[in-house]
Design a binder for this molecule. Sequence first.
Ligand SMILES: NCCCNCCCCCS
Ligand SMILES: [Zn+2]
Length: 343
Amino acid sequence: MKVIYSDKHQAHQGGMELHRGELVPCYEMPSRAQFMLDALRQAGFPILPPRDFAPEQLERVHSADYLQFLRTAYSQWQAAGKSGFMLPSAFPARGQRQDKIPTGIHAKLGYYSYDASTPMVAGTWQAVEAGAHCALTAAALVAEGEQSAYALCRPPGHHAGYATFGGYCFLNNAALAAQYLRDQGKRKVVVLDVDYHHGNGTQDIFWQRDDVLTISIHGDPATEYPFFLGYADEHGEGAGLGYCHNFPLPAGTDWPTYQQVLLKALQLIKDFNPDAMVVSLGVDTFEDDPISAFKLKAGHYPLLGAHIASLGLPTVFIQEGGYAVAEVGQNVAAVLQGFEQTA
Ligand SMILES: NCCCNCCCCCS
Ligand SMILES: [Zn+2]
């Protein structure tokens, strides 16, 4: 399995996040990618740079005005006499309007996001564009006949919606990969999100569609980020009704429980009979993850990879979360090795 990686992710660093009411250094830090890269190299995976893609490719899953905002936000921040990292100060809430985009950068930051955990810095756009190109390259390899490929994306993407950023995410790498596979002729694609947090952005993007099935297994939103989406009664809308499944699980969930739910998700995928699969691979389900509450152990990640491989589908793995930095590399490599030894 080829690993697609760009060191341009390093341009995204130096911010702080509002975490449980306190401004703290970001958990989503550059060293995460270094640990993953080192572990994958040691495991013998070939590492390739991303191909280039036209800007229009990003508009396959994000609005043009949102992308234009991301590209220009930092220069607007500087024009307002600011420096350092950007955080929103006000968000449109119930009873307020979403049909008007304010002119000032502070209001626009809130208009296009939904939390204060996701700072932007001068290099953020360069980093996330490179991450998107890694995802698109992995999807291209699978569309061209490879059984699987992995995109080492940093920052993650599954919390980014059609026109929103949050949860450390700006561009939805998994959605970009799924749409690319569709555009290359895969008739039906499934996105399986095994990150600890609900893939709210991916669900948003494909909510009304029956050609991309979204499935997410995650911490119960009643007590866990993103809090306001990810319940089991969310099944899509319009043509998309029945093409979205959520499996919220309680804090403390261990492997036996997780595996049982995973098998249910795999059965739903078999019933859908897709031509390809995108896996939003977060390993923040790990027992020592600092911001998460599941109890998976290192030895369970090869099993996760093997279960995914049991479907026998062309598979694009997209890196999402995983904040136990010292172990994130081993856990990611274990999933991919488990997959390869079974595929
Ligand atoms: N108090 C909860 C703060 C959560 N902060 C965002 C977590 C994003 C995970 C991305 S995989
Ligand atoms: Zn996560």
